[in-house]
Design a binder for this molecule. Sequence first.
Ligand SMILES: C[C@](O)(C(=O)O)[C@H](CC(=O)O)C(=O)O
Ligand SMILES: [Mg+2]
Length: 302
Amino acid sequence: MLYSTVTPATKRQLLRERLASGELLRFPGAFNPLSAKLIQDKGFEGVYISGAVLSADLGLPDIGLTTLSEVAHRAGQIARMTDLPAIVDADTGFGEPMNVARTVQELEDAGVAGLHIEDQVNPKRCGHLDGKAVVDADTAVKRIRAAATARRDPNLLIMARTDIRAVDGLQAAVDRAKELVDAGADAIFPEAMKDLTEFEVIRKAVDVPVLANMTEFGKSELFTTEQLAGVGINIVIYPVSLLRLAMGAAERGLDTLLADGTLKPVVGDMQTRARLYELLDYESYNTFDSGVFNFTLETNKD
Ligand SMILES: C[C@](O)(C(=O)O)[C@H](CC(=O)O)C(=O)O
Ligand SMILES: [Mg+2]
């Protein structure tokens, strides 16, 4: 009922413990608070909050147009809805290292368990597109140092993402990852790795958890959880996948409506009213008022 009763501090501690266990943690991207509930219900270990999804949700491309307030607000809405730890995409940190510090405190207040800051220049772009540019090592290090210093809960996971692989090659990614760990990063997100071996190289270069981004239509092949666990990856994200699935289904539904004048042929693809109400925990609201859930869904199948 209502929001999660697990406090952000507990979720952060849980994330730390799970990372220490060495198991691969799966974080599908929630495109809204409801989908975060679904991710939890299905038994995943965490919820990812994607910048690409957040901007797409607003009808905008992922080029750093969203503001810290928008991201913190949405991250808070999603994070509070689940008992799972949430990791949010903080892009380049919304400005100078000083701004990064504020970003960290705002996102910490939003209740996330972790966040990542990347080393792209502004305006940033999707890490799987060509033509990226990254900041120099000094600036990248300052961002991470500012982030690590600003957090008040030592368990808030500060992850450094480096986009340098696509710009200067794998060795540069190894060097950058090491520098970022020295600057205080608790985990590394090596963006746009070409193959499994590249993930393995990064994994061996640092002794903090490493994240793999299994975004579709990108530069990385879609490896299985078994393959990723095999090379020692600790967290895998599917950042935009649920949005893509939902939008794919929505588009097919609209096409059906246009063609057939009814949605009847696709009702079988829809989440039922009963399942939605189950996810919303509708019945439990009778605790407040026994008149809230006093109907049956038997006659209302559609
Ligand atoms: C992980 C990512 O930063 C995101 O915002 O979800 C994106 C995902 C994508 O655009 O496919 C990324 O830059 O990889
Ligand atoms: Mg992003």
